[in-house]
Design a binder for this molecule. Sequence first.
Ligand code: AMP
Ligand code: ZN
Length: 144
Amino acid sequence: MMAHEDCIFCKIIDGDIPSAKVYEDEKVYAFLDISQVTKGHTLVIPKEHTKNIYETSPETARELFSRIPVIANAIRDVYQPLGINLLNNNEAAAEQSVFHLHVHLIPRYGDGDGYYPNWTTHTEDYSSEDLQSVAKAISEQIKQ
Ligand code: AMP
Ligand code: ZN
């Protein structure tokens, strides 16, 4: 597997940097995030270096995501969280700090557990015509 130079996650896959491994197979590696938001906070990554979701092939996405339910259920079986959030940040403006695709699995244990997703909605700014026009613009760009 071609490791990307200076990529910390490629070095983790290669064993050049230690990690707390949760899962490994031919295509996918999972390990604990060194900064645990909550207990069991896990990162799932493809072994093939890909910068982020924009550069990810459907095949790599398929392989990566197919392991996530299995890992999520293992976390649930061990720690019985009340729920789990999946989070994937792409580009610095979206809080991506390591540029090797990864999905965060963040088990949730209730109020004050350390994870505070918060966003502001703008429902009133969009009429149903606006929604149709946004959907049309995106759908016309979809290339398969
Ligand atoms: P993101 O901000 O979505 O790019 O997330 C990158 C994550 O990688 C952060 O939550 C870091 O805590 C985590 N991280 C960085 N270096 C390591 C490492 N050596 N081992 C485990 N997790 C790491
Ligand atoms: Zn990498």
